[in-house]
Design a protein around this ligand. Structure first.
Ligand code: NDP
Length: 249
């Protein structure tokens, strides 16, 4: 057993930037053909596609709103028709629309639940049959420590990220007999454009609450995803692995 993904095909949703980009590139580095989806960053997505191809792997960058149920089916059909199979799905696309409950709008609630939770249903459902035909697969859903601990001002985000942990365990139980594994990675504070929006004071307090005393890097999340995608984790399903410098322990 090893970390190699040679001969495997992967889809990373929201692979144009941040953590998704790092995951896509690291899985390609380890031998996988990688498709990414994105919502609007056409140039960034094209760059990721080029970088994957330069590593000698097949690549796709597909513009597809993860909220849209039919579009998830179309993305999976395109990949499984062109590449014959899909071995690994990484549900990474996500957003924040932070606000205190008293000020949170219905729109802020719905956008976050749809993007972070419904998208996971959309893609996990769409891959179930192709993965059953392929006699196995690995699904990795990106949660957050906020889904474990909660966070003032992020009730919508926490609900979506906690919800996906319950979804993943149920999915893992339903499909384990078909050799399909489903696991969760829960990052702590990772430096990306999403966290660029936080103000300095919040960032300092996050670092203080992190036993390892620093922010994480997108590659440190990607390496955990690589492990869960590979055969090295073949007896792990329904698990949540925190990559948070100890923040939520
Ligand atoms: P970024 O904002 O840097 O990147 C988000 C990615 O998701 C982009 O590729 C974006 O595409 C894509 N995306 C957003 N909405 C949609 C949609 N509706 N359909 C398709 N793609 C979409 O975020 P991060 O890299 O920081 O976060 C990635 C994941 O990790 C998220 O699920 C987030 O909740 C989670 N996470 C992040 C943490 C952090 O500290 N950064 C901590 C814990 C969890 P486009 O470029 O087109 O906009």
């Amino acid at each position: 057993m090893n970390l190699s993904l040679e001969g495997k095909t992967v889809l990373v949703t929201g692979g144009s930037r941040g953590i998704g980009r790092a995951i896509a590139l690291m899985l390609a580095d380890n031998g996988a053909d990688v498709a990414i989806t994105f919502r609007s960053s056409v140039d960034a997505a094209d760059e990721v596609k080029k970088l994957i191809e330069e590593k000698g792997q097949r690549a796709k960058a597909i513009q597809a709103d993860a909220v849209n149920f039919d579009s998830a089916q179309e993305v999976i059909t395109e990949i499984t028709e062109d590449w014959e199979k899909l071995d690994v799905l990484v549900n990474n696309a996500g957003i924040t629309r932070d606000n205190l409950i008293l000020r949170m709008s219905e729109e802020q609630w719905d956008q976050v639940i749809d993007t972070n939770l419904k998208s996971i249903f959309n893609y996990s459902k769409a891959v179930a049959k192709p993965m059953m035909r392929n006699r196995g697969g690995s699904i990795i859903n990106i949660s957050s420590v906020v889904g474990i601990s909660g966070n003032a001002g992020q009730s919508n985000y926490a609900a979506s990220k906690a919800g996906l942990i319950g979804f993943t365990k149920s999915y893992a139980k339903e499909l384990a007999s078909r050799n399909i594994r489903a696991n969760v990675v829960a990052p702590g504070y990772i430096t990306t454009e999403m966290t660029d929006e936080l103000d300095e004071k919040v960032l300092e307090s996050i670092k203080e609450e992190t036993p390892l005393g620093r922010a994480g890097d997108a590659d440190e999340v990607a390496s955990t995803v690589l492990f869960l995608a590979s055969d090295l984790s073949e007896y792990i399903t329904g698990e949540t692995i925190r990559v948070d410098g100890g923040m939520a322990m």
